[in-house]
Design a protein around this ligand. Structure first.
Ligand SMILES: Nc1nc2c(c(=O)[nH]1)N[C@H]1C(S)=C(S)[C@@H](COP(=O)(O)OP(=O)(O)OC[C@H]3O[C@@H](n4cnc5c(=O)[nH]c(N)nc54)[C@H](O)[C@@H]3O)O[C@H]1N2
Ligand SMILES: Nc1nc2c(c(=O)[nH]1)N[C@H]1C(S)=C(S)[C@@H](COP(=O)(O)OP(=O)(O)OC[C@H]3O[C@@H](n4cnc5c(=O)[nH]c(N)nc54)[C@H](O)[C@@H]3O)O[C@H]1N2
Ligand code: SF4
Ligand SMILES: [Mo]
Length: 802
């Protein structure tokens, strides 16, 4: 049945991770009947993109209303004309005013003697010029003595800052762009898997590439949508608005949800696969085997456009329905039904973080890429459409280091040589765990300073924050924080604080995959706060002004969006710009820089058998690895039976919440009221078994320590599994407690009990599958419920500013 494929397409793609070669089709669609700014009821209405700060992935189209007389922020509303968002808005945007006028916003640059780290009372106000001069002199001295590589630049999850901070670090000369999540396991592994196998990235086609959306001629809704390890209604992550899934369901799409938890979407799904945490790869392999053996795959697509089908099939051979059901705990007939639905056309997959958060996540994501490839879903209406940055605008990816640094400088990137897969994510990051190791051990050389912008590793990003991350930062002689709020990381570890402004107070460019939109300043920034763009531009020009063309920041924006043929101001007038979208680009040569047919991979095809993985000494075909901590195994250094007797429960963490973006928004009264305390979900029978009642404060414990969260007893999880909030800290608590104890940073932070470490590709971690036990806290240990009256009082808007 399975035959070896002969090569028909041109070979020799490059797997370029930066798809800068794409020439946009000449057709551009701009839109909106209303202009970018107008007057309404004594207010000025400004159209903008709601990216950050405060943080969100999605940058929805909104209208910010400001007082015509005072210029002050009044309210924000959804932009109904915006094709992407169509007027939808979630709680975090609705509560924006409380963030803008928050009493705890830092409004002036500050410095503190490193010997006073942890002391809230020791910050001293300085001018921007003083702050820049101090940073420049410290960084320059370190560069002269130890090389620019000894300064690491840290950024958190995707927000508008990345291309500016990386340009700043390249202007200084450092290649060390770090992200402190163990195994860099957010989004970049999925992107790397796609780039390695397909030479491009792809997303489900919910019509978002077309400015006329669901009306677009030629678009059809997916027959089936798989929501796999993702909760898009809450997270709106990675360029997908959760509403689109529902919009497609209304137009007939069926839904398959792969999730250990009965989410809102799972409850509405045609098929819910309640998977055991960390076993997604086994499910994908079994579906693949079923599809091949039942002759459900797309013969034309596989024969013409895929490489290594035979080897792929071989890799799935052991994954009988029976074996997969044993490993994943999903009944055989459901796996078979899912496989049949996957093979129907068009089917698309909205995947998520759970696929990144296993140790062998690259292999797991590859197994899913293989499913949509062998069933021929690629670049067809309603299927998996390939995307890139429109007009090559660098608003998400950083600039290519090759444009800015010498080859020698580029080679110093921590983990770069050890983990070649890293650079295939398109974001040229260091390997997180090696970076922390080096910060801790000074080997092979000391990391002497850190620039930390838009990330809060002690409360959120880093695993083992209390025993690794904090010490790692403290081991450096000079740390700079750039954030709108004082955070535990800044309070415990930093020496200079640069305050950033909120999104209604800044200009910028928002673009992800489908369109370009400017972020438009609607009101003056409070105090002396500045945007990330301004800060990076002002300081970066002092190091190397050739990297920052233009006399003003807006001229620099015009430079970065030059392929639109418009200036920043002209683009603002147009509201949003969509390039014309083409399907099936692999059949027309649009998928490769050399214009040949096929895909931009070494074989010119989708590599079910990955020649690159092979070159790097990794398995070229997808495979499954049991999580390091699971009911079936624990690392060898433990006695397995003893460990599992002590810590019998599976623990997943970090399922997104409506009221917060990671560690943010805990200080916003209306949002805190929606979710006032750190919680974990537990099935009723498990709760009963461990003497836990609804609302009990409990310890969740394993060999790394214990954290305290409140029980939410819900029949949404298998009795074997509990699900913990992540990123909890308590901004209302007094930072007078010195050091990392400030804001009770480690009391309820799930990462305290998640082991740091990555898989063989350099990607992957244990955040969504670990082991633990649960027991109620003794009364005297309980941190106590959040007193909302106190929160409302403590965080009332700053009346002097409103
Ligand atoms: N246990 C567990 N841990 C996890 C996860 C999990 O699922 N489970 N998820 C992980 C994932 S996927 C990620 S991406 C990380 C996220 O980790 P982080 O990126 O660190 O998350 P945040 O808390 O959103 O961001 C930190 C800071 O950015 C500031 N900020 C917001 N907007 C801006 C801005 O525009 N400019 C600047 N300069 N600052 C801004 C906020 O005030 C906040 O203090 O957490 C990871 N941690
Ligand atoms: N409101 C809000 N939105 C956010 C964020 C936020 O903090 N708050 N963070 C942003 C960031 S940085 C990211 S990366 C995205 C992440 O957004 P998503 O990809 O949606 O990630 P999660 O919500 O962490 O997890 C999604 C689902 O995976 C399930 N899950 C847990 N373990 C497993 C498993 O082993 N297998 C499978 N198949 N499913 C599992 C969870 O139950 C959950 O329903 O959200 C972004 N958007
Ligand atoms: S997804 Fe929600 S919070 Fe994020 S920008 Fe859009 S409306 Fe605002
Ligand atoms: Mo993330």
């Amino acid at each position: 049945m399975v035959k070896r494929i002969e090569m028909e397409v041109e070979q020799g793609g490059t797997n370029e991770v930066r798809p800068d070669f794409f020439r946009e089709p000449p057709v551009k669609y701009t839109g909106g009947d209303l202009p970018w700014q107008w007057e309404e009821d004594g207010m000025i209405a400004t159209r903008t993109g709601a990216w950050a700060a405060p943080g969100c992935h999605d940058g929805c189209g909104v209208i910010v209303y400001t007082d015509k007389e005072t210029g002050k922020f009044v309210k924000v509303e959804g932009d109904e004309e915006s094709p992407y968002y169509q007027g939808r808005l979630c709680a975090r945007c609705i509560a924006l005013k409380e963030a803008v006028y928050h009493p705890d916003r830092v409004l002036y640059p500050m410095k503190r003697d490193p010997k006073d780290r942890g002391r809230a009372d020791k910050w001293e106000r300085v001018t921007w010029d003083e702050a820049y001069a101090l940073i420049k002199s410290k960084f320059d001295a370190i560069k002269a003595e130890s090389g620019a590589k000894s300064v690491v630049f840290h950024l958190g999850t995707g927000r508008g800052t990345a291309p500016y901070m990386t340009r700043l670090q390249y202007a200084f000369g450092s290649v060390q762009y770090a992200y402190m999540l163990s195994g860099n396991s957010c989004y970049v592994p999925r992107v790397a898997a796609c780039n390695v196998l397909m030479g491009t990235y792809c997303v489900p086609d919910c019509s978002q590439n077309h400015f006329d959306r669901y009306e677009h001629e030629g678009w059809v809704p997916p027959k089936n949508i798989f929501v796999w390890g993702n909760n898009p209604l809450v997270s709106n992550a990675d360029g997908n608005l959760g509403h689109w899934v529902v919009d497609c369901m209304k137009r007939g799409s069926k839904l398959v949800v792969v999730d250990p938890k009965l989410t809102w979407l799972a409850a509405k799904a045609d098929l819910w696969l309640q998977i055991r945490c960390g076993t997604d790869s086994a499910l994908a392999l079994a579906m693949g085997k079923y599809i091949v053996e039942n002759d459900l795959y797309d013969h034309e697509f596989v024969e013409s456009w895929c490489y290594g089908f035979e080897e792929y099939y071989e890799a799935t051979r052991e994954w009988t329905l029976e074996r997969a059901a044993e490993v994943t705990w999903i009944p055989e007939e459901k796996i078979a039904r899912a496989a049949r639905m996957m093979a129907e056309k068009p089917t698309s997959v909205q995947w998520g973080l759970a696929l990144d958060m296993t140790m062998e996540c690259l292999a797991g994501s590859a197994a899913v890429v293989d499913l949509w490839s062998i069933t021929g879903q690629i670049d067809i209406p309603g299927g998996m459409v390939t995307v890139h940055q429109p007009f090559n605008i660098q608003t998400w990816n950083p600039p290519d280091p090759a444009e800015c640094l010498t080859i020698e400088e580029q080679k110093t990137r921590i983990g770069g040589e050890d983990f070649p897969a890293l650079k295939y994510s398109g974001v040229v990051l260091t390997q997180a765990d090696m970076t922390v190791d080096q910060m801790l051990t000074n080997r092979p050389y000391k990391i002497r300073a850190n620039w930390i912008q838009s990330t809060n590793p002690l409360s959120c990003t880093a695993q083992e924050p209390n025993t690794r991350m904090e010490q790692a930062y403290k081991n450096a002689e000079f740390n700079v924080m750039v954030d709108p709020f004082m955070t535990p990381t800044a309070q415990a570890c930093c020496d200079v604080f640069l305050p950033v402004c909120m999104y209604p107070e800044r200009n910028g460019i928002r673009s992800i995959y489908y369109h370009v939109q400017t972020t438009n300043k609607a009101c003056q920034a409070l105090g002396e706060s500045k945007s990330d763009m301004e800060i990076c531009w002002e300081l970066g020009r002092q190091w190397n002004d050739t990297l920052w063309p233009g006399e003003t920041l807006e001229e620099f924006f015009t430079f970065t969006m030059k392929e639109t043929g418009m200036s920043f101001e002209e683009a603002r007038e147009e509201n949003w710009i969509y390039p014309e979208y083409h399907y099936e680009k692999f059949r027309t040569g649009e998928q490769r820089p050399d214009g040949n047919l096929g895909f931009n991979t070494p074989t010119g095809r989708i590599e079910l058998y990955s020649t690159l993985f092979g070159q790097w000494g990794q398995k070229p075909v997808p495979h499954y690895a049991e999580p390091p901590y699971s009911p079936n195994q624990v690392p060898e250094r433990f006695d397995r039976d003893e460990y599992l007797e002590k810590y019998p429960l599976i623990m997943t963490t970090g399922a997104r919440q409506w009221a917060s973006f990671h560690s943010e928004h805990r200080q916003i009264p209306h949002l805190r009221a929606l979710h006032p305390n750190p919680e974990f979900e537990i099935a009723p029978e498990t709760a009963e078994r461990y003497g836990v009642k609804q609302g009990d404060w409990c310890w969740i414990e394993n060999h790394l320590g214990r954290v305290q969260l409140k029980a939410n007893v819900q029949p949404v999880l298998d009795p074997s599994t509990i699900s913990l909030d992540h990123a909890w800290w308590f901004p209302e608590r007094n930072p007078e407690d010195e050091g990392a104890g400030c804001y009770d940073t480690y009391v309820s932070n799930a990462n305290v009990i998640i082991e740091a470490g990555c898989g063989e590709s350099g990607f992957g971690n244990n955040c969504k599958s670990h082991m633990c036990r649960v027991y109620p806290c003794e009364p005297e240990e309980i941190i106590g419920d959040t007193d909302m009256d106190k929160i409302v009082e403590r965080f009332a808007m700053n009346e002097e500013l409103v």
